[in-house]
Design a binder for this molecule. Structure first.
Ligand SMILES: CCCCC/C=C\C/C=C\C/C=C\CCC(=O)SCCNC(=O)CCNC(=O)[C@H](O)C(C)(C)COP(=O)(O)OP(=O)(O)OC[C@H]1O[C@@H](n2cnc3c(N)ncnc32)[C@H](O)[C@@H]1OP(=O)(O)O
Ligand SMILES: Cc1cc2nc3c(=O)[nH]c(=O)nc-3n(C[C@H](O)[C@H](O)[C@H](O)COP(=O)(O)OP(=O)(O)OC[C@H]3O[C@@H](n4cnc5c(N)ncnc54)[C@H](O)[C@@H]3O)c2cc1C
Length: 627
C-alpha cells in the first residue's frame, strides 16, 4: 500500500545515527544542506521528469535534453543559485548534456591554460552562457596518444593569425561532447607550427558557429557522430565530428599560459612543465573519482533495498520466504560494493585535496608534486571507474530478472556510466602512466636503498629490466605485470586513505564503528580476491588467508542489520534513483505492475502488425515452398 514503509523493519535494526552518517557522506553539514535542498527541488519539479527517456526517439530525446538544460539554466538564474548549488542542480537533473563539457572542461581549460587576459575575456562570456564550449582534443585517428594528434595550427605572421586545419580524414575531431549540435566554441588541440617548426600540441579557442543563427562558420564542418551504446543513456549528448578547412583565428586565441607565440612569430616555452597543457584532463580525472562513488552508491542503494524486499525459498511451515539479503552468497557480492562506495567517496575527498594542493603549488611555480598528482589522478580514475562499471553490472545481477527492466534504473545507469572507463583516458593507458611513475620512483631509490614492503617486487623487475635489454623494452615486455602493480599501488592508496579517514573525529552514535566495518570489508575483500599474490610473495601465510576469510564472513554479519540504513545515508530521492526496485518505501511489486501497463506497447490490446503478420500465420494463409 502507498504510504506504508515496507522497509521499516529493516530501518529499525540500524545500530548507528543515520542522520550523522548523511553528513559524513555529504562531506559537511553545509554540503548536506545544499545537496538535500537541491535534490528535493529537482525531484519536485515536473520540468525535470526523466521516467520517459527510454521511449523517446533520438531526436525527441535530444530536443528534450535541450529543453531541460535551458530550464535548468532558467531555474539557476531565477533562483539566483550559487555555483555550488548550480553544479548540484545539474548533477541531480542526471542527464549527460553539453553543459557537462561546457562547465566541466571548456571553462577549466581556460582557467588552467589561459593567461590572465584570456581568462578575463572569455570566462565572463562562458559563465553567462553567452558562448557554449566543448573540449575538442580526440580525433578519429588518435585519442590516447595526444602527441599523435594531426590537426595543425600554423602561425601566419603576415596577419597575426593561426590557421587551423584538418589535413587528413583521421585528423577530424571525433567524440567531443556538446560539439555535434550545440557548442558555439571549442578548445581545439592542434600541433603548433611556427616558421616551419613544430612545437607540440597546444589548445586554441575556435568559434564554430554563428552566435546569430547557429550556422557553422566558414571552413567548419560539424555534426553528430551517431547513436551510442544503449537506448536513451548517453544519446542525450551530441558527441560530434569536426573538420577545419584553413580556419583563421587571432593569435591571442592560443591558450598561452604554457607556451607563447609573439606577434613577431617567436615561440616561447614558459618555465612550466609542458604537461600543464594536459591540466584539464587531470582536473576531470579527479572529479570522475568522486562521480564513481555517486554512480556505485546509486546501484548499491537499489540492489540493497531490493535484496531486503525480495524473498525467495526458505519458507518454514508456511511462514515467509527468506529475504535474499540474508543469503551469504548475496552478502558476499553486495557488501564489498557497499564498502567500495564509501571507500571511493573518501578517496575522492582526498584526491580533491591533492588536486587543490598541486594547483596551489603550481601558482608558486612549485612542480614537485605534479608527477604524484598525475599518477594518482590517472590511477584512481582507472581503478574506481573499472570497479564501478563492474559493480553496477553486479548490482543488476543481484536483482535477478527485474534488474534487467528499465524501470529498475540499472540498465540506463550502466549504459551512461561505462564510457567512464574510456573517456578522460583509457583505463589501461592511464595505469601504464602509473607504472611508469612507479618504475621511475624505484629507479630513483638509489642502488644502496632497496625498496621494501609492497614495492619489494619492483627491485626484481628493476634488475630484470636493466640486465635484459634496456629499460624501454623491459617495460613493454612486463607491461601486463606493471599494470597489475599499478592497480595494487592505487588500492594501497584507497585503503590507506580510508584508514586515515577513520583517524579523524567522526561524530554520531555508532557512525565510526560502521565505517570501520566497511573499511575492513574493503581491505579484506581485496586480500581474499588477490590472496594468490599475497601468498606467492610470502606476504601472508595460508593461515592468515583463512583467518581473513573467517573475519570477512563475520563482518558481513555485522553490516547486515545496518545495510538499509547505510544506503539511506546516501540521501537519494526516488526521483534521482529512478528505480522501482530501489524506491525508499520498498513497495516494489505494485509499482512494477503499474509501470508495465504504461509501456507504449500496451496502448492497444492487439499489437500493431497483428492483422498484417500474425493473423495470416495463425490462419495458415502463408504458403511456403516446403509445404
Ligand atoms: C559540472 C562538473 C562536471 C565535472 C565533470 C565534467 C565532465 C566530465 C565528465 C565526463 C567526461 C566526458 C568526456 C570526457 C572528455 C575526454 O575524454 S577529453 C580527452 C581525454 N583524453 C585523454 O585522456 C588522453 C589520454 N592520453 C594522455 O593523457 C597522454 O597522451 C599520455 C598517455 C599521458 C601520454 O602523454 P605524452 O605526452 O606522450 O607523455 P609521456 O607518456 O611521454 O610522458 C612524458 C612525461 O609527462 C608526464 N605526464 C604525462 N601526462 C601528464 C599529466 N597529465 N600531468 C603531469 N605529467 C604528465 C609523464 O608522467 C612523463 O613524465 P616522466 O617524468 O618523463 O616519466
Ligand atoms: C562517451 C565519450 C565521451 C567522450 N568525450 C570526449 C570529449 O568531450 N572530448 C575529447 O577530446 N574526447 C572525448 N572522448 C574521447 C576519449 O577521450 C577517448 O576515446 C579516450 O581517450 C580513449 O582513446 P582512444 O579512443 O584513442 O582509445 P585507444 O587508445 O584507441 O584504445 C584502444 C585500445 O588500445 C589500447 N592501447 C592504446 N595505447 C596503448 C599503449 N600504449 N599500450 C597498451 N595498450 C594501449 C587501449 O588500452 C585500448 O584497449 C569521449 C569518448 C567517449 C566514449
Amino acid at each position: 500500500m502507498e504510504g506504508v514503509d515496507h522497509l521499516a523493519h529493516e530501518r529499525n535494526k540500524s545500530e548507528f545515527d543515520v542522520d550523522a552518517m548523511k553528513i559524513v557522506w555529504a562531506g559537511s553539514p553545509h554540503a548536506f544542506d545544499v545537496s538535500d535542498r537541491i535534490s528535493k527541488l529537482v525531484a519536485s519539479d515536473p520540468g525535470f521528469r526523466k521516467d520517459n527517456r527510454s521511449t523517446l526517439s533520438r531526436k525527441e530525446l535530444f530536443k528534450n535534453t535541450l529543453r531541460k538544460a535551458a530550464y535548468a539554466w532558467k531555474t539557476i538564474v531565477d533562483l539566483r543559485l550559487s555555483e555550488e548549488e548550480a553544479a548540484k542542480l545539474r548533477f541531480y537533473v542526471d542527464e549527460p548534456a553539453f553543459t557537462d563539457l561546457h562547465w566541466g572542461m571548456f571553462i577549466p581549460a581556460i582557467k588552467g591554460q589561459g593567461t590572465e587576459e584570456q581568462q578575463q575575456k572569455w570566462l565572463p562570456l562562458a559563465y553567462k552562457m553567452q558562448i557554449i564550449g566543448c573540449y575538442a582534443q580526440t580525433e578519429l585517428g588518435h585519442g590516447s596518444n595526444v602527441q599523435g594528434l594531426e590537426t595543425t595550427a600554423t602561425f601566419d605572421p603576415q596577419t597575426d593569425e593561426f590557421i587551423i586545419h584538418s589535413p587528413t580524414l583521421t585528423s577530424s575531431k571525433w567524440w567531443p561532447g556538446g560539439l555535434g549540435k550545440v557548442a558555439t566554441h571549442a578548445i581545439a588541440y592542434a600541433r603548433l607550427i611556427v616558421g616551419g617548426r613544430e612545437h607540440g600540441v597546444n589548445g586554441f579557442i575556435v568559434q564554430l558557429r554563428s552566435l546569430e543563427d547557429h550556422s557553422p562558420l566558414l571552413g567548419i564542418t560539424v555534426g553528430d557522430i551517431g547513436m551510442k551504446f544503449g537506448n536513451g543513456a548517453y544519446n542525450t549528448m551530441d558527441n560530434g565530428v569536426l573538420r577545419f578547412d584553413h580556419v583563421r583565428i587571432p593569435r591571442n586565441q592560443m591558450l598561452m599560459r604554457v607556451s607563447q607565440v609573439t606577434c613577431e612569430g617567436k615561440y616561447k616555452q614558459s618555465d612550466v612543465p609542458r604537461q600543464l597543457v594536459y591540466g584539464t584532463m587531470v582536473y576531470v580525472r579527479q572529479t570522475i573519482v568522486a562521480d564513481a562513488s555517486c554512480a556505485l552508491s546509486r546501484a548499491v542503494c537499489i540492489a540493497t533495498r531490493y535484496s531486503a524486499v525480495r524473498r525467495q525459498f526458505g519458507s518454514q511451515n508456511g511462514g515467509p520466504e527468506t529475504q535474499v539479503i540474508d543469503y551469504k552468497t548475496q552478502q558476499s557480492r553486495l557488501f564489498p560494493l557497499l564498502a567500495s562506495a564509501y571507500a571511493f567517496r573518501f578517496i575522492g575527498e582526498w584526491l580533491k585535496w591533492l588536486y587543490a594542493d598541486v594547483t596551489q603549488r603550481l601558482q608558486a611555480n612549485d612542480f614537485s608534486t605534479l608527477p604524484e598528482a598525475h599518477a594518482c589522478t590517472a590511477g584512481l580514475k582507472s581503478l574506481t571507474t573499472t570497479a564501478t562499471a563492474d559493480g553496477i553490472e553486479e548490482c543488476r545481477k543481484l536483482c535477478g530478472g527485474h534488474g534487467y527492466l528499465c524501470s529498475s534504473g540499472l540498465p540506463e545507469l550502466f549504459a551512461v556510466y561505462v564510457p567512464a572507463c574510456t573517456y578522460e583516458g583509457d583505463n589501461t593507458v592511464l595505469l601504464l602512466q602509473v607504472a611508469r611513475f612507479l618504475m621511475k620512483t624505484v629507479s630513483q631509490l638509489g642502488s644502496s636503498k632497496k625498496p621494501v614492503g609492497t614495492i619489494a617486487y619492483m627491485t626484481r623487475v628493476e634488475h630484470l629490466m636493466q640486465c635484459r635489454c634496456g629499460v624501454q623494452r623491459g617495460f613493454a615486455e612486463l607491461s601486463v605485470d606493471l599494470v597489475e602493480a599499478a592497480v595494487a599501488h592505487c588500492q594501497l592508496i584507497v585503503v590507506s586513505k580510508f584508514i586515515e579517514k577513520l583517524q579523524q573525529e567522526i561524530p554520531g552514535k555508532g557512525v565510526k564503528q560502521q565505517l570501520e566495518v566497511l573499511c575492513n570489508i574493503y581491505a579484506l575483500f581485496l586480500l581474499h580476491k588477490h590472496q594468490g599474490d599475497f601468498l606467492s610473495t610470502g606476504c601472508i601465510t595460508p593461515k592468515h588467508a583463512a583467518l581473513a576469510n573467517d573475519e570477512l564472513r563475520s563482518l558481513y554479519s555485522q553490516v547486515r542489520p545496518n545495510a538499509i540504513a547505510l544506503v539511506d545515508a546516501f540521501n537519494y530521492t526516488d526521483h534521482y534513483l529512478g528505480s522501482i526496485l530501489g524506491c525508499y518505501d520498498g513497495n516494489v511489486y505494485p509499482k512494477l505492475y503499474e509501470a508495465a501497463w504504461k509501456d507504449p506497447l500496451n496502448e492497444s490490446v492487439v499489437p500493431d502488425g497483428y492483422h498484417q503478420y500474425i493473423r495470416p500465420l495463425l490462419k495458415q494463409e502463408i504458403r511456403t515452398a516446403r509445404l
